[in-house]
Design a protein around this ligand. Structure first.
Ligand code: ITT
Length: 198
């Protein structure tokens, strides 16, 4: 199986990408490549940060294909927050649980007579030897909950119900999430580029 380096330290992302691509690609993240270091995510957009991760990661893995994912949750009534700051919403070293507490507190300040519309967004960038080969985006629309529902998934999953469902990503199975998530959609758009390099 050909190797695809996934430039992430988030094992949950790797699990999802491996479940989606795993029969064709050997998906290996930074745990298997401790020598690869990524530049700081200084961009203002998902795309800028995904490019930073893919390009810097690929410089540390000469000749290999490197994929990066920058993603997050956008809540319309919060002006798109937490957005690109999703991983650091409650502070630079915040845990996912602390970020969820902050999100619930911010939503609780809003007028309580509306649905809190939002979406997960993911930008995927494929690079090799410091050059961007392809960029894709995917998103999944839904709404936010005031209280967590379920313990599955990661990050903000337990606070987000995708359109067309009545359960959060914290309750829905990984198989269901991997059919409709922002990450699955960005990867589906990347598929042709990946297939052409098999
Ligand atoms: P890497 O940069 O190492 O890939 P990260 O977790 O810091 O890992 P991001 O900078 O892309 O990655 O931040 C993504 C954050 O957005 C993530 O930590 C979650 O808080 C949230 N997020 C993204 N995708 C998610 C998903 O599928 N389910 C729940 N939360 C998600």
């Amino acid at each position: 199986m050909p190797a695809l380096i996934f430039a992430t330290s988030n094992a949950h992302k790797t699990e999802e990408v491996a479940a989606i691509l795993g029969s064709v690609w050997q998906v290996e993240d930074l745990r298997a490549h401790p020598g690869i270091t990524l530049d700081e995510e200084t961009g203002d957009t998902f795309e800028a940060n995904a490019i930073i991760k893919a390009v810097s990661g690929s410089r540390g893995a000469p000749g290999l294909l490197v994929l990066a994912d920058d993603s997050g949750l956008e809540v319309d009534a919060l002006g798109g927050a937490p957005g690109v700051r999703s991983a650091r919403y409650a502070g630079e070293t915040a845990t996912a649980a602390e970020n969820r507490v902050k999100l619930k507190a911010e939503i609780a300040k809003l007028p309580q007579n509306s649905r809190f519309i939002g979406r997960f967004h993911c930008c995927m960038v494929l690079a090799r030897d410091g050059e961007v080969l392809h960029i894709t985006h995917g998103s999944v629309e839904g709404h936010l909950l005031l209280e967590e529902q379920g313990a599955g998934g990661f990050g903000y999953d337990s606070l987000f119900i995708p359109d067309g469902f009545s359960d959060s990503f914290g309750v829905l199975s990984p198989e269901t999430k991997n059919q409709l998530s922002h990450r699955a959609r960005a990867l589906a758009a990347m598929k042709q580029q990946l297939d052409s390099r098999l």
